[in-house]
Structures are given as C-alpha cells and as structure tokens.
Ligand binder design. Structure first.
Ligand SMILES: [Fe+2]
Ligand SMILES: [Fe+2]
Length: 203
C-alpha cells in the first residue's frame, strides 16, 4: 500500500501548491487585456484628433488676436499627443475609430463656434473639454500596469494628462468662468465630450 496515497494526503498536496492567480495576473495574450488596450488606443487617438481640431477652429477665429499665441501653444501640445497615438495605433494593430470624419467636423465646429462667442467662451470650451479628459486619462492610467508596453502607454497618458490640466488652468486664467452662461455651456460641452468618448471606444 506504500505506493498509493490516501485521499487526505492528496488533499494536503493540493492545498500546499501555489496556484497561479490568473485573475490578478493575466497572461500576455489575455483577450480582456487586449480589448482594453484596443479601446484605450482607439479612443485616445480619436480624442487627441478631436482636440487638435478644436484648436484648429479656435485659431481660425482667434489666431490673430492677443489670445493667438496661447492657443497656438496648446495646439502644439495637442499635435504632440496626436502624433504619439498616430504611431501607437498601427504599431499595436488597432483599428482606428470609424468616426474620425465626425470628429474632424465636430471638433472644428466646437472650437470655431465657441471662439465666435469670444475669447472667454473659447477658453470655457477648453476648460470643459480638459476636465473631462483629465477624468478620462486618470481612469485609463489606473487600469494600466507599470510594466512593458502597458507601462510605456501609461507614462505617455500621465504626461498628456499633465498637459491637459495645464490647458484647463490656462483657460481659467483667461477668464473662462466669466463667460455668459458658463455653467450651461460647460455642461453641454462636457456631455458632448463624454458621448464622443463613449462612441469612440466602441466604433
Ligand atoms: Fe491632448
Ligand atoms: Fe488638451
């Protein structure tokens, strides 16, 4: 009987083993992890594209005013963010959003439309959009690990988030909150931005 183990010995063996925790440490090919990476890259490329279009619209109206250089500086930072995602999306073989033509038009219309209301309204638009993007990037960074490709993406997102917060502060310093109907304008732009994020994660 020495070659056979008793049922209690088998139980002890199983209990003593360290089972890999696949829930906390997904394998590299994990479909959930891949889906998350795709969702993040797709929506961020769309968002940074839309952001640059907002500043294109603002510059078309206010480029030659005293606010021009300030808006141009924010445009350049958005172009840098966009460049990162334009390279990362094909590198990770992610399908870009099908809604890019919509963000092309909607971004410009939002930027130019608020700029036509005046410099303060343009700045109110920036503040509203950047507050939503701040939440969005913080949420994404919290989902990403610190290692490997995810870590690289996480560090880029954290850097861009700091730039977006700077844009929000610039908007506030330029009197965004003094815009007539600021609360309502801000609420509409935030709702639109959240809808754009929701759509770009999926389509
Ligand atoms: Fe950006
Ligand atoms: Fe921004």
């Amino acid at each position: 009987m020495s070659a056979r183990t008793t049922s209690s010995e088998r139980r002890a063996d199983t209990a003593g083993q360290t089972q890999p925790d696949t829930r906390r440490r997904p394998l590299p090919g994990d479909p959930d992890r891949r889906a998350r990476l795709e969702r993040i890259l797709r929506v961020d490329l769309a968002g940074e594209y839309g952001a640059r279009r907002i500043y294109d619209g603002q510059l078309a109206v206010l480029g030659r005013t005293k606010a021009g250089p300030t808006i141009q500086h924010m445009w350049e930072q958005e172009a840098e963010h966009l460049d990162y995602f334009e390279k990362a999306v094909p590198r990770h073989r992610v399908r870009p959003t099908a809604l890019q033509p919509l963000w092309h038009m909607a971004g410009f219309a939002l930027g130019a439309g608020t700029a036509l209301l005046g410099e303060k309204a343009a700045m109110a638009c920036t503040v509203a959009v950047e507050e939503v993007i701040d939440e969005h990037y913080a949420n994404q960074a919290a989902q990403l690990s610190d290692d490997g490709e995810e870590g690289e993406l996480k560090r880029a997102i954290e850097k861009f988030r700091a730039d977006e917060l700077e844009h929000r502060d610039t908007g506030l310093a330029h009197g965004a909150a003094e815009t007539a109907g600021y609360e309502a304008l801000s609420a509409v732009i935030k709702a639109g931005s959240r809808l754009a994020i929701w759509l770009s994660e999926r389509y």
